[in-house]
Design a protein around this ligand. Structure first.
Ligand SMILES: *[C@@H]1O[C@H](CO)[C@@H](O)[C@H](O)[C@H]1NC(C)=O
Ligand SMILES: *[C@@H]1O[C@H](CO)[C@@H](O)[C@H](O)[C@H]1NC(C)=O
Ligand SMILES: *[C@@H]1O[C@H](CO)[C@@H](O)[C@H](O)[C@H]1NC(C)=O
Length: 811
């Protein structure tokens, strides 16, 4: 993860843009009892949303669990549809306004809309009297205008659809009086209009009808049965018209709520008062118990403020004759902090990419507490050690917002614990754990474990052998962290790198493709790239240096004297030579290096073993003693040259020496050179050639002598008259101090004095280590060199001359 400089700016401004929660409400109203599938309205249109995006934005309808199944959104059209028949009476009971609240949740970006659905009443319930038959017992002495209370009819519907009016049928004695009570209920009374006469009729039957205001109208009836009594009687009287009580929810069973009391002026059985509920809702019936003798109302069920906080009921007090009066009981339930807050995760983007900027909204949380007032006031918090925080939004909604840069490579999962505590006493709290994963972004390039790699290999290795292995790590996830290795396509010594090494893309093992030759190059570098598989991929590269070590695979090459039979390399040794005089020198090179190229010289066979000796490391052949007349004129030495490798390699050569001052003796050369050959013709030819050469040589020697005398500074490489043809050395070898053949560093000067002493060339050569294969150089014979120099005069840049990088050629 890379933290950019601008992230803190993001951090500062992030919060102002994250909250998409809107309070824009949508309100619909719909009659109860609609068919499932009915359309309430088009949410998308009403909110100005693109209906085509609803599916992508995971639009959904959220509501309290008990309402969840009523409605839904059609994601294709954006229609708000009824899923299940809604019964207003079941949902809202006697509440005048029946409102159900839904929320429309949209994701990316998170958005929340409140939808309220008003359920309209349909006149689907008729008025109903508590009892089908109402029994009244009335004394015949009752006077006109006496009033008798009747329990009112009840209609589950509300408003217009509730009970509207009453009427009496088949009745001569009574008229109806309906008055509105202070509490909104109706007081229905029969008023005696024509006095009763027990002797004429001792009981009366008629019908009371209640009708509601709906359309069509619905009605309910009760039949009234009046028994005419012939004794005086008093009805019981309550000591209060309304009893009020208040008790906390969750009160224990059998808790006394209130005690009603009515007294009857009569004595005996007429004065015995009994109590009963005359009008009570089904809910209240489950909650309260009335003791018919004592008038005590006690708790019977579990009182819950949240489901019902007010109860109203009517109680009849009756005496033994059935005369009654009624009173009203109103019970208020008070709230107790008995509901812990509930945390709802309304929306969560999971997983979130690790590169989200600080301040990004990750989720929406809603907290609900069913208690009221302070008991229902909730504070929400989140634990400290996570890079997220809660930002309060509209009431009881919070946005979960990131506060810092995330790095999946450090923390890939968060357990976010959200706690909610209400302000009740004692407070209740709850918590919710939210699992949040961080998704990978390819933000880490592979990193090699080492800054550079070195491989060491002996030359002549097998193709395919392993040189070394490179390894890079990438902490990203899956393909973003899968590392592939490859060679970067540069060249090594002019050839494509793939001709030298290959790398295993998966393991990073580097193999040699070919066998290396230390004499060609001693080291080279390749670049290996590690690339991950992300999109776009990230990569890094590393240098691998391959060092080739020497193996003694080249035997010494004798440059001088040349191969037997190929030249007339015969050294003249003056008869007057003293002991210790330098006579000649064996020049050999070895293409290997170090010990493998440290040469030692040895005479393995000679005509006169006591006469000549060879410097072990210089190869210089010197006389061991003064030459005497008795020494044979022709001397033959076989010299072996050995390197110091393990095991060592060697080469041998023959050297012909002629002890003579006099060129006239030269004809005998043939016996030295070609002892075994008897062809006279050849011999003559040789003699003729040697004659000419000797004359020429003498001429040259005289000229040289004159020049050297003039300069007073001998320019011969070696002392005495014997000059060693340094030009036999290939450009990349030089004879230094006679201690063997060592590689010279750069340009060098050399005087060329061939064994035939025909010329004195000076040339300067610069060379490149790798441009000149040793074996080609080493096979040059003197005649080749002559050609080289000849060519050089004409075109120094081409042919063998160019190969030798000859810069100048001076005679
Ligand atoms: C997160 O919580 C769950 C259960 O609540 C637990 O199993 C898991 O180990 C927790 N992870 C971390 C990283 O704490
Ligand atoms: C790799 O990173 C890219 C973004 O760089 C992301 O889109 C992708 O999901 C990541 N892949 C995995 C397997 O996490
Ligand atoms: C190799 O890496 C270096 C820095 O580490 C970068 O400058 C260079 O461009 C890279 N080369 C290639 C070919 O990717």
């Amino acid at each position: 993860m890379k933290i950019q400089g601008s992230s803190w700016l993001f951090f500062l401004f992030g919060f102002s843009v994250v909250v998409h929660i809107t309070t824009a409400d949508l309100s619909y109203s719909v009659p109860e009892e609609m068919r499932p599938g009915s359309i309430v309205g088009n949410i998308a249109k009403d909110l100005g949303l693109d209906a085509g995006k609803l599916l992508a934005r995971k639009a959904r309808i959220d509501a309290e669990e008990s309402y969840q199944h009523y409605c839904d959104i059609d994601l294709k059209t954006g229609n708000f549809v009824i899923r299940e028949r809604i019964d207003r009476e079941e949902l809202c009971g006697e509440k005048v306004s029946c409102m159900v609240k839904f929320e429309l949740v949209l994701e990316s970006p998170l958005e929340l809309h409140r939808i309220s659905l008003l359920i309209l009443d349909v006149n689907d319930n008729p008025p109903a009297f508590p009892k089908d038959t109402i029994k009244l017992e009335i004394s015949e002495s009752a006077v006109k205008g006496a009033r008798y209370r009747i329990n009112e009819a009840h209609d589950s519907d509300v408003g217009q659809n509730s009970v509207k009016q009453y009427s009496l049928q088949n009745n001569e004695h009574f008229v109806l009086s309906v008055r509105d009570d202070t509490d909104g209920s109706k007081n229905v009374e029969l008023v005696l209009d024509k006095e009763l006469d027990r002797e004429k009729e001792n009981d009366l039957n008629f019908v009371l009808i209640a009708v509601d205001g709906g359309n069509p109208q619905k009605s309910g009836t009760a039949s009234i049965h009046v028994t005419v009594l012939d004794a005086n009687d008093n009805s019981p009287l309550f000591d209060q018209a309304v009893y009020k009580a208040s008790l906390p929810e969750n009160s224990a069973l059998d808790t006394l709520v209130v005690r009603v009391s009515a007294t009857d002026a009569d004595e005996g059985v007429n004065g015995e008062v009994t109590y009963e509920f005359s009008r009570i809702s089904e809910r209240a019936k489950k909650m309260f118990l009335l003791n018919s003798k004592t008038g005590e109302i006690k708790v019977k069920g579990a009182l819950d403020f949240e489901s019902n906080s007010k109860y109203e009921m009517r109680i009849d007090a009756k005496d033994g004759y059935g005369l009654s009066s009624d009173s009203k009981v109103m019970i208020d339930i008070t709230d107790v902090n008995d509901n812990a807050p509930v945390i709802y995760l309304k929306s969560l983007s999971n997983p979130i990419p690790e590169n989200v900027s600080p301040g990004t909204e990750v989720g929406i949380i809603n907290v609900q507490d069913r208690d009221s007032e302070t008991n229902g006031q909730v504070r929400c918090s989140i634990q400290q050690n996570v890079p997220f925080k809660l930002v309060p939004s509209i009431k009881n909604y919070y946005s979960l917002v990131s506060t810092g840069q995330l790095d999946r490579e450090l923390v890939s999962d968060y357990n976010i614990t959200i706690s909610a505590t209400d302000e009740g006493s004692p407070p209740l709290s709850s918590s919710k754990s939210v699992q949040l994963s961080v998704a990978d972004i390819n933000d880490n390039p592979p990193v090699f474990e080492e800054q550079s790699y070195s491989a060491y290999v002996s030359e002549n290795n097998k193709p395919g052998s392993t040189l070394c292995s490179v390894s890079a790590r990438d902490p990203d996830w899956r393909q973003n962290g899968t590392v592939m290795y490859s060679l970067l396509g540069n060249e090594v010594n002019g050839a494509p790198v793939s001709a030298y090494v290959s790398v295993n893309g998966d393991t990073g093992l580097i193999h040699a493709v070919r066998s290396f030759d230390y004499e060609q190059f001693r080291s080279f570098k390749v670049h290996v790239m590690a690339r991950d598989n992300g999109s776009p991929p990230l990569s890094s590269n590393v240098t691998v240096s391959v060092f080739i070590s020497d193996v003694n695979d080249n035997s010494p090459q004798i440059l001088y004297p040349g191969p037997e039979g190929n030249s007339f390399m015969t050294e003249l040794v003056p008869k007057a030579a003293h002991g210790g005089s330098l006579v000649s020198k064996v020049i050999a090179v070895d293409a290997d290096s170090g010990q493998n190229a440290w040469l030692s010289y040895q005479i393995v066979k000679s005509t006169d073993p006591g006469l000549f000796t060879i410097g072990v490391h210089s190869g210089e052949i010197r006389t061991q003693r003064d030459i005497s007349e008795s020494d044979s004129m022709k001397q033959n030495l076989i010299v072996s040259v050995k390197d110091n490798g393990q095991p060592s390699l060697s080469a041998t050569c023959s050297m012909y020496l002629l002890i003579s001052d006099n060129l006239a003796e030269v004809p005998e050369l043939k016996d030295i050179s070609y002892d075994e050959k008897n062809s006279k013709l050849t011999s003559y030819l040789i003699i003729a050639l040697v004659c000419v050469s000797t004359f020429f040589l003498t001429f040259i020697i005289i000229i040289l002598g004159v020049r050297f005398c003039r300069r007073r500074k001998p320019r011969l490489l070696f002392d005495g008259a014997v000059a060693i043809p340094s030009a036999y050395l290939p450009p990349n070898y030089a004879d230094v101090d006679g201690t063997g053949t060592l590689r010279s560093a750069y340009n060098y000067d050399a005087y060329l004095t061939t064994g035939s002493r025909t010329s004195d060339f000076k040339f300067v050569s610069s060379y490149n280590d790798n441009t000149l294969p040793a074996d080609q150089t080493l096979r040059k014979s003197p005649s080749d060199f002559a050609e080289v120099f000849g060519d050089c005069d004409d075109s120094p840049e081409v042919g063998t001359c160019a190969k030798y990088s000859l810069v100048s050629c001076v005679l």
